[in-house]
Design a protein around this ligand. Sequence first.
Ligand code: BV8
Length: 225
Amino acid sequence: MARIVILTGAGVSAESGIRTFRASDGLWEEHRIEDVATPEGFARDPALVHRFYNQRRAAAAAALPNAAHLALARLEAAGAHQLLVVTQNVDDLHERAGTQNLIHMHGTLAGALCAACGHRWPAPAEMAPQDSCPRCLHPATRPDIVWFGEMPYRMEEIWAALRAADLFVSIGTSGNVYPAAGFVADARHGGVATLELNLEPSQGTRFFDEARHGPATQVVPAWVD
Ligand code: BV8
């Protein structure tokens, strides 16, 4: 039984109709995503940031898992390998495809978080500034998303899984954002085999033992099956 850690990025949801960050050239309503997806951006203009996430929450709800999500769920269900999917994506398409062993290192659109007491609850379709926390009633609610400059979730678990893996597969990510972009180097340092499945060479392509380029709905099922 091989232990496989799979990192996914926006490219695995692209064919479900969810825009990637590169496709938007990092721009949203004339704002750089790095400026909107930050705690400072949220403090500066919470209504703008909630609008950004409300739109993406609606887009994710309208999307369906694609053949790549389904192939990864099939691979896990077959039980021949021990699989962990670490996704940078905040949509729920891996869950809806049936993947069980899954870490959302950058949080989820489905989650709301109280910045005052740390309480988490299912996010409503539309969040707005001044929404009060259901537990402490403080109007300090925010999307449960890891913004630039914030610590991604469950990093110790992810690094431990990378060190113990037999294979690291990176799917649909440009390799621009750290610490996820550093996982291939972490894997190689531990002597783990590495494979990139992406539409085009990523920033880190040279670090992978093997790279297969094409749309995820083609290259992922071809690798799984
Ligand atoms: C942290 C949630 C400290 C929000 C996101 C300078 C140098 C190095 C690092 C830094 C630096 N300055 C700042 C940093 C740190 C920063 C960072 O990396 N910045 C970048 C811009 C340089 N990182 C952070 O701040 C992180 N936190 O560092 O804390 C720390 C570190 C370690 C340990 C402890 C503490 C937090 C980063 C998380 C930010 N939040 N998302 C939201 O989603 O709104 S990041 C966000 O952008 C996404 O989650 C995703 O991770 C990233 C975009 O990446 P991709 O998923 O790769 O998407 P992209 O569009 O770029 O690429 C799509 C790919 O798919 C392309 O390659 C394309 O070819 C391919 N594709 C397209 N279509 C298809 C396809 N492939 C297959 N089939 C297709 N059909």
